[in-house]
Design a protein around this ligand. Structure first.
Ligand code: TYD
Length: 177
């Protein structure tokens, strides 16, 4: 299967070296975190949350409570699975939505852009969650075989909350500063 066409953001991150040397670029690229450590990364758009872990020789357990382990009340849960190799998801922003993204199985990358900075996270542990605040453009890519991406969301599904157009997102993100 061929990959989806890349958004301007993903394309820009692929051209990091060029973007960094271009004086008119609004993107300051932040290198990926070490996938084994999931420390918070430089641009500070998304935040890695360490979820509670109950180790057990029979198999480990992790739990998530709304308003306790995530900074919002959970109104919706959805998950991505059976993602074909080379496919990318996301490619949009949200006006008001908070989300927590967890790699329940396998691994994938998430690129975040707030209109000023961009950063890439690799998620590959089921006890790390990535909190994505409102007014963040996101791209999900590099899904491993068998990856499952769990998303906890602060609101019910509402298409009016989406920015599907990157330039419209950028315009509103800059207006808000
Ligand atoms: P979308 O949010 O664009 O997917 P992703 O960001 O993961 O690539 O949603 C894809 C489709 O699924 C879209 O037509 C709307 C539908 N959808 C729902 O009906 N409910 C939901 O909670 C979500 C997230 C999507």
């Amino acid at each position: 299967m061929s990959a989806a066409p890349y958004s301007p953001l993903a394309q820009r991150l692929r051209e990091t070296a060029t973007a960094m040397s271009r004086p008119d670029s609004h993107l300051r690229f932040v290198p990926p975190i070490d996938p084994g450590s999931a420390t918070e990364n430089g641009a500070g758009i998304g935040k890695i949350i360490h979820l509670p872990r109950v180790p057990d020789p029979r198999g480990n357990l992790t739990f998530i409570e709304g308003d306790r382990h995530v900074p919002f009340d959970i109104k919706r849960v959805y998950y991505l699975y059976d993602v074909p190799g080379g496919a990318s998801r996301g490619g949009h922003g949200h006006r008001n939505l908070h989300q927590l993204v967890v790699a329940m199985a396998g691994s994938f990358d998430i690129i975040l852009d707030n209109g000023e900075d961009a950063e890439r996270f690799t998620l590959n542990r089921s006890y790390y969650g990535l909190h994505i605040p409102p007014m963040t453009w996101r791209e999900l890519e590099n899904f491993s075989s068998g990856a499952v991406c769990l998303v906890l969301a602060s609101e019910h599904y509402d298409e009016r909350d989406y920015f599907r157009d990157y330039d419209a997102f950028l315009h509103e993100a800059r207006e808000g500063r």
